[in-house]
Design a protein around this ligand. Sequence first.
Ligand code: HEM
Length: 132
Amino acid sequence: VASKDSDIVFQSYGRCCNNEIFFIDFYDRFMSSSPAIFERFRETDMKQQRHLLRNGIMQLVLYSRGMSDAKLRSLGKSHDRHGYNIRPEWYELWIEALIATLREHDPVFSPEVETAWRRAIAPGVELIRGAY
Ligand code: HEM
């Protein structure tokens, strides 16, 4: 992924990720996208989960910049059919919830910022989804 994309993404994430409301809004949106997804988080400590996701998104972006895949491979394992059993088609909903939440929270969101995000997270999401 071009380093221009990841620069745009790091700046955009910096405008969003220090505000816990960003992660609250993300999970509200993501969990509303399907009853099966809502069910998966029924017993989850969401405060802790929001904190873990803050780091997880960073791992996706760092991977697109060439960082080791070790952390994402371990997420692939925890999410696979023997773990949380996260169905591959749910990752589309995850991406769309993330983009919609960024659009709402990043004051300078634009089509260029959106494209940079989609390109930057795609390889990491595919790695986790592909581990199913
Ligand atoms: C847990 C990240 C997609 C459901 C986690 C954790 C992280 C994470 C960092 C905590 C560490 C762990 O338990 O391994 C991500 C990223 C995703 C993604 C970066 C996108 C590529 C999804 C999707 C679902 C999902 C699509 C669908 C429902 C869960 C569940 C847990 C979890 C159920 C465990 C919650 C608990 O401990 O109760 N995820 N996740 N994740 N994720 Fe994901």
